[in-house]
Each structure stands twice: as structure tokens, then as C-alpha cells.
Design a protein around this ligand. Structure first.
Ligand code: IPM
Ligand code: MG
Length: 371
């Protein structure tokens, strides 16, 4: 029997290409695992009305962790139009399967390292090495939303004096997406970030939100960060506003080590950080819970490159490295990261985004040669 059981979810578009690249490397490293294919993605929405079928959830429950390629997500109305005719008018509503997975398995922490590997011509600076800790189940992406606004919801919200003016617009003209955050959720993401900073001897932790306007939710996460920070007296906590932080990321990104952010702000700032170290082709990520984890690169499914083996597999390979770390296979993680770093430094084999012309799989094979 293999040591690990890994759910294998290529998902949509280039997810397939980069997962194939991952497999080349995993097999070359003789990683002792059984891979169990699991259905997820756009096709299953169109033909079954569910992008995350029950059978997939069952597979995830029977595995140690999951590796995930990429997902196509579309807004509600567009999604409804692409449903098979027989499935329309059944009240099916599209909800991103990766967001659902994060909630279903309580994968509360989305860890997104952004490191400038030497020799990458796309580096904004060569001395950036930071990690975003994005709260992954609450906040703006919690999924509590309405359009139009139900009367009962309006009534309930009307205990707030600022609610009155919305009635005049007509409830049928009002959309509401909530940002609900818990003290537990805030404390947990702050704890993960500080623990990481301590273990990896990082210089500082920055909590980024917008408490001057989002006073209640922003205030909650800021207070949680301050509370948790007391247990780590050697690590300074910096508190910043998301808008200003975006500007500082362009001015002095090298000063930051660890970020804590709410779900949506973390989504945004992690793409910004990725852009500073080569773009989404280099951005790896892990959705981590107490017992389970789903490893997926930050990038999307890039439908226009589907099946062309054009996209950069480094994000996926660094995501595999994160999986090794989480499983406690530290030596494998180091070997893989070392090989990735060598290929980047040599800059002889690479995909179009770094100015070279190799395929996704050729890059993976070059990584294997450097292991
Ligand atoms: C990400 C993506 C997802 C998100 C989308 C595809 C739902 O942007 O993982 O960052 O917003 O979380
Ligand atoms: Mg994103």
C-alpha cells in the first residue's frame, strides 16, 4: 500500500496541463502515493448542475490531502446560461466549487508564499520573500448574499439607522453581499501567521484591512492580531490599511515578511504580491485546515491556453513543494524547491511568460533533471 492517498483534481482548462507537469515530477521523485482522480469544475456544472459532485466530497474524505489544478468561475447569470437545457429552470445556482470546498472542509488558512527566485527576469525586485495568510472561509466570500433583497432581511437590517434610505430605491433593486467575520476566525488566521513567522524566523507580521471604514469587521481582526501578537513579543506587528498597503507594495515590498488578511483582501493582495515575483506562473498556494488540506496554485484556468501546454508549471510545482512540507516530507520539499530554483536561475528552459519557448511539460522535465 502507498504511504499517501492524494485526491487528484485537475479541474478546468490549464489545470490539466500543470497537473500533468506535477505528475512528471512526483513520479521522478518516487513519491510514495496513490492518486485518486476526483471530478470538479465547469463541465460538471454544465452537465450535472453541480461543479463539486457528492462523489468528489466522498473521495476527499478518504484521502490525506488533495492536489488541485485550476478552476473556471463565472458570475451567476453567465453560469446559468451554460447549463444543459434539461437542467435549466430547476433553481440551480452556481457557487464556486473551490470556495465551497474551503468552507465544507473548514480549510481556514490560505497560505500564499511569494518569493523572488534569483534569475527570474520578471522579478520586480530580487529581495522579495513574503507569505500571505488569507482567511479562507469567512468575510466577503462567505456566500451570504441576496438579490433582490428579501423583505424579511430588510426588516431585520432596519434596526440600523443607515438602512432607511435603501427602501426608497425599491428592494427589487438592491443587492447585498455580506462580510461576516468571527473572533475565532480572526484569531485563527492571526495565530497561523505568527506561528509561521516564529518557526521561520521572519522579521515582522503585517495585518492589512480597512478598520477606519469597516470599523466592526476591520476592528475585530485588528484586535485579534494585537491579542495574538502578545504571545510573540519578538515579532513586531504592523497594522496597515489595504489601499495604502497596495501602494507600499510597489514602493518597498522587500520590507514585508508575513501578511494577515481577510478573505477578499487576501485574494487581492496575494495577486498583487504574485505580480512582484513573476506573476501567477510562480504563485503557489495551500488551503489548510486542522486535518485536511487542498493544494492549488493561485492562478486560474486560463481557458485560452487550454491543452496548449503553454503555461508556466512553476506555480504548480511550488504548490507540490508546499504539499510535501505539510505532509512532513521536508527533504523532498527542499529538493524540489532547489531544482525549481536552479531551472529559474539558469534561464535556459522556460515558458513564454519568462521570454522562453518551452512547453509546460518540458519545464517539468528540466526540473526533474535538476533534482
Ligand atoms: C483564488 C481565486 C478564487 C478566489 C476564485 C477562483 C473563486 O481567485 O483562489 O484566489 O477568489 O478565492
Ligand atoms: Mg484570487
Amino acid at each position: 500500500m502507498a504511504k499517501y492517498r492524494i485526491a487528484w483534481m485537475p479541474g478546468d482548462g490549464v489545470g490539466n496541463d500543470v497537473m500533468e507537469a506535477a505528475r512528471i515530477v512526483l513520479d521522478a521523485m518516487k513519491f510514495d502515493a496513490e492518486y485518486i482522480p476526483a471530478d470538479i469544475g465547469w463541465d460538471f456544472w454544465c452537465h450535472e448542475g453541480d461543479p463539486l459532485p457528492e462523489r468528489t466530497i466522498k473521495i476527499l474524505k478518504e484521502t490525506d490531502c488533495a492536489l488541485f489544478g485550476a478552476i473556471t468561475s463565472k458570475p451567476r447569470d453567465e453560469a446559468a446560461e451554460e447549463l444543459d437545457p434539461g437542467l435549466r429552470d430547476k433553481g440551480l445556482v452556481y457557487f464556486s466549487p473551490i470556495v465551497r470546498l474551503r468552507q465544507l472542509f473548514n480549510l481556514h488558512t490560505n497560505m500564499r508564499p511569494c518569493k523572488a527566485y534569483p534569475g527570474n527576469p520578471l522579478n520586480y525586485r530580487d529581495d522579495i520573500d513574503l507569505v500571505v495568510f488569507r482567511e479562507n472561509t469567512e468575510g466577503m466570500y462567505g456566500g451570504v448574499e441576496w438579490f433582490p433583497l428579501p423583505e424579511s432581511v430588510f426588516e431585520a437590517l432596519s434596526i440600523h439607522p443607515k438602512m432607511g434610505k435603501w427602501k426608497e430605491k425599491g428592494l427589487e433593486n438592491i443587492a447585498l453581499s455580506t462580510r461576516i467575520m468571527s473572533k475565532q476566525g480572526c484569531e485563527s488566521i492571526c495565530r497561523q501567521a505568527f506561528e509561521f513567522a516564529k518557526t521561520h524566523k521572519r522579521r515582522n507580521v503585517t495585518i492589512v484591512d480597512k478598520p477606519n471604514v469597516l470599523r466592526e469587521t476591520g476592528g475585530l481582526i485588528m484586535r485579534a492580531a494585537r491579542e495574538v501578537a502578545k504571545d510573540y513579543p519578538d515579532i513586531p506587528l504592523w497594522e496597515t490599511n489595504i489601499d495604502a498597503q497596495c501602494m507600499w507594495m510597489i514602493k518597498n515590498p522587500q520590507d514585508y515578511d508575513v501578511f494577515i488578511a481577510e478573505n477578499m483582501f487576501g485574494d487581492i493582495i496575494s495577486d498583487l504580491c504574485a505580480g512582484l515575483v513573476g506573476g501567477l506562473g510562480f504563485a503557489c498556494a495551500a488551503n489548510i485546515g486542522d486535518e485536511y488540506a487542498v493544494f492549488e496554485p493561485t492562478h486560474g484556468s486560463a481557458p485560452k491556453y487550454n491543452g496548449m501546454y503553454k503555461v508556466n508549471p512553476m506555480a504548480m510545482l511550488l504548490t507540490v513543494k508546499m504539499m510535501f512540507d505539510w505532509l512532513g516530507e521536508t527533504d523532498m520539499a527542499k529538493r524540489l524547491e532547489g531544482a525549481v530554483a536552479k531551472v529559474i536561475a539558469e534561464h535556459k528552459v522556460g515558458t513564454y511568460d519568462v521570454g522562453l519557448s518551452n512547453t509546460t511539460l518540458e519545464v517539468a522535465e528540466e526540473v526533474v533533471r535538476k533534482l
